[in-house]
Design a protein around this ligand. Sequence first.
Ligand code: ZN
Length: 311
Amino acid sequence: MGAMIPRDKCPFCEGTSARQLYEIAYDAPEMRAYLESFYASGEGVDHAVLAGCSYQVMECPACAGLYQHHVPGDALMLELYDKWIDPAAPLKRKAGNPLSYYASASAEIMQLLSLLGKPPGQVKVLDFGSGWNEWALAARGLGCEVTVCELSETRLAHARAHGLPVIDYAAIAGAGFDLINTEQVLEHVPDPLVIVRHLLGGLAQGGMLKISVPDCDDFKQRLKRADWTAPKGSKHSLNPLAPLEHLNLFRPETLATMARLAGARTRKVPVATQLRNATHWHGASRIARNLVMPFWRNFANRKNYTLLSRG
Ligand SMILES: [Zn+2]
């Protein structure tokens, strides 16, 4: 016991009025089967550390966010990301990353650089939760001075092998970054509001914190169905709030609430800037994406993508 820690306040707004939407014990047969299947290529799931705990989904009425009540403690977090998840997976995945991935990352970095209005060589970037460093290396390729911060030792070793400087979490405050990237990171952390406040403290004057997190409009319907066999990415998949990993599911109003509580100002990349820097006009779906996404983001307030500056 003790591997899993309860969160008694809403991790987005620190409210205490969340209600439970769903619960299943970690040793229930369908949950055990899900974990075995999801982590099949890793070093094996240690069911004993989850004994007596349950996967419990909460919804906060104050900020509309959904979150898992129990989250892995520090020790289990390290074991999860370096052992349960296949240590060799990144190499297989990296080999399979399509050109469109790098094209999208480059387009986004060019948009953000354009908004900052400085030559790339004068832009200090932090990739927070840099994973296998694809985004960080793309930013460096476009001329930025890039530093990374990451929890997992195997991923940090990858950063060092590629000559990327690494910064400790505590040292971020006051470091004066022009741009801090968090790409699919804040759904994994136990305390997203605390981290957003900390990262805002690491920005230079005029700097921006980018937050991009998964969105899922119909997760409550998916929970009613509770199909633990639905594959990741499929219509009924529960992956948007995947046990142990996706601890938080944001709604647009959740991000807006967090920005307000952190005293931050929300910024948008103007549609023209997004269009000018779009890349890889290859095929109908890519053309449609390049043309529609800027409007979808800026006017429909969708896609859970936001830029924050200190207020
Ligand atoms: Zn809340």
